[in-house]
Design a protein around this ligand. Structure first.
Ligand SMILES: [Zn+2]
Length: 511
């Protein structure tokens, strides 16, 4: 099966590349020319006055804010305007800034595919070192080499998912589905992966663990990571008893591209485009920020209400077509008897695991302690994979109940809040992937495999935790041979946490 798949995959890739509107290796994109004069600057912020001053200037100059925390802000700016920016800032900020990405055009161009291993080439010359026993399977390296060697355009991703569907559909439940259509009419593709045992009379209500990526078009590593995790679960379901057990209990639904229009636009026109491509009331400022478009605690005021803002959430909740499609699909699943047990929404960058709520730092979810404890363990499994450290924070951007600064504004209408609150998904997280600012959204493609491995390990942990969390398997088998004992470097008492879960989380008391 493996070798047939590999050969089919290679021939598919040649066809897909030939059909793609652009020849791989030639960055398209008018925007690269514009980037020639641009850099990304990081300002370290020491107090609210600094932050306010920077916010004022950034708004006036309509600059692209890449990322922000309470202590730093990363901004993209044309070099020739730096002087104007610095003249308007207090001296405390001028002493505390550095250039993160000095050569934006070159770094952006390098994210497009440049070369592929050919059929005659030894694929092992190129593989990326993984860290898990599952990833030492040479067949896996063959395929990972070709498909995960580069970021892929929309047409190749869809063709790859179709191929996975056609090759593995007979094995349990591996099925390509469509979540719906985007604003411009593209399919929003997904892979549904699970194992339905022959004796389906387990009595459990089937549950879903949802993994999404590509909300923000330029965050390519989120899209590749969703596909990598899907592939890793499919590949290891026969060899890894933990994976098998997780897939027997849960359906994973992997949605790598919630924003296919925006993603396609980053391949054809502007590498750093963020929003969807939906028309707004200002024709020269298209696009909605999908992660401000969901209907729970949707914001009706502030920056998110301006069509030209990068975080524009529309004129009303769920106006963004793609967010609305995801909600319709998810509600339909719940009406058909499924529950959402876990949700991970992948973004980049800054290596953080973010916990609800996003809309406010003043309100805490009822199971915040459990959410945070599992978040710490997700961060730990991310780190154990390759040594990259991830921090845990509230998705509201603040560290707690104190008021937050002008950059770190609370974000209403987010997907993780929606799933947590409206669909009772008790474990709902946003994870911001690699890196911490050296490349930001322009992460080189040799990160695809190690970043994917990190998320795969974290997902395995979450699936295993949710098995125990729901009582049944853990309580029956915690003393049996099939249950792997906690590893000796487990710092947190997972076993204790699991034992406590049925009490703390019993029923649907979630509010
Ligand atoms: Zn994002």
């Amino acid at each position: 099966m493996h070798s047939i798949f590999f050969l089919s995959f290679l021939s598919f890739l040649c066809l897909a590349c030939a059909r793609a509107s652009r020849i791989p290796g030639l960055p398209p994109v008018q925007s690269l020319k514009e980037y020639e004069d641009q850099v990304v600057i990081r300002f370290n912020i020491s107090d609210a006055k600094d932050a306010a001053a920077l916010r004022t200037v950034v708004d006036r100059m309509l600059l692209d804010v890449w990322d922000f925390t309470e202590s730093r802000v990363d901004i993209r700016i044309p070099s020739r305007r730096i002087r104007f920016l610095t003249r308007a800032l207090p001296s405390s900020l001028l002493d505390n800034h550095s250039i993160l990405v000095p050569d934006l055009a070159r770094v952006a161009a390098a994210t497009y595919p440049s070369s592929r291993p050919s059929l005659g080439q030894n694929p092992h010359q190129h593989f990326h070192q993984g860290t898990t026993p599952a990833s030492q399977d040479p067949i896996k390296y063959d395929i990972a080499d070709v498909y995960f060697h580069d970021y892929q355009p929309y047409s190749v991703i869809v063709a790859w998912m179709r191929l996975v569907d056609s090759m593995f559909r007979g094995r349990g439940l591996i099925q390509m589905i469509s979540i719906g259509k985007s604003y411009e009419g593209r399919d929003i593709p997904a892979l549904r992966v699970g194992i339905r045992p022959d004796h389906v009379t387990s009595g459990h209500r089937r549950e879903i663990i949802l993994v999404t990526g590509g909300f923000h078009a330029r965050e390519w590593i989120s899209t590749s990571s969703v596909n990598y995790v899907a592939w890793s679960f499919i590949q290891s379901m026969d060899e890894d008893p933990v994976v098998k057990k997780i897939l027997e209990r849960f359906d994973f639904v992997f949605v790598p591209l919630l924003n296919p229009d925006g993603y396609d636009y980053t391949w054809e026109v502007d590498r750093l485009w963020r929003k969807s491509r939906q028309r707004t009331k200002m024709s020269y400022c298209p696009g909605l920020d999908l992660d401000h478009s969901f209907s729970y605690q949707w914001d009706s005021e502030g920056r998110q209400h301006e069509p030209c803002s990068g975080s524009y959430g529309g004129e009303e909740p769920l106006q963004a077509v793609e967010a609305s499609q995801l909600v319709n699909w998810a509600r339909n699943e719940t009406e058909n008897g499924f529950k959402f047990a876990g949700y991970l929404d992948l973004h980049s960058y800054s290596q953080q695991v973010l916990v609800p709520y996003s809309f406010s730092c003043q309100v805490q979810p009822p199971n915040i302690e459990n959410l945070q404890e599992v978040a710490m363990n997700l961060a730990k499994h991310l780190r154990l994979s390759n040594g990259e450290s991830y921090t845990v924070a509230s998705a509201c951007g603040g560290s707690g109940s104190e008021s937050i600064g002008p950059f770190v504004e609370a974000r209403g209408g987010s997907a993780i809040d929606y799933f947590y609150h409206e669909l009772k998904t008790r474990y709902s997280y946003q994870i911001k992937l690699r890196d911490t600012g050296s490349y930001g959204f322009l992460l080189p493609s040799d990160n695809i495999v190690p970043a994917g491995e990190e998320i795969f390990q974290a997902m395995k942990y979450l699936g295993d935790f949710l098995l125990g969390n729901n009582g049944h398997e853990w309580l029956q088998e915690s003393d049996g041979d099939e249950q792997e004992p906690p590893t000796k470097d487990d710092e947190l008492p997972i076993t204790e946490l699991r034992k406590r879960q049925p009490e703390n989380m019993s029923g649907d008391e979630h509010t």
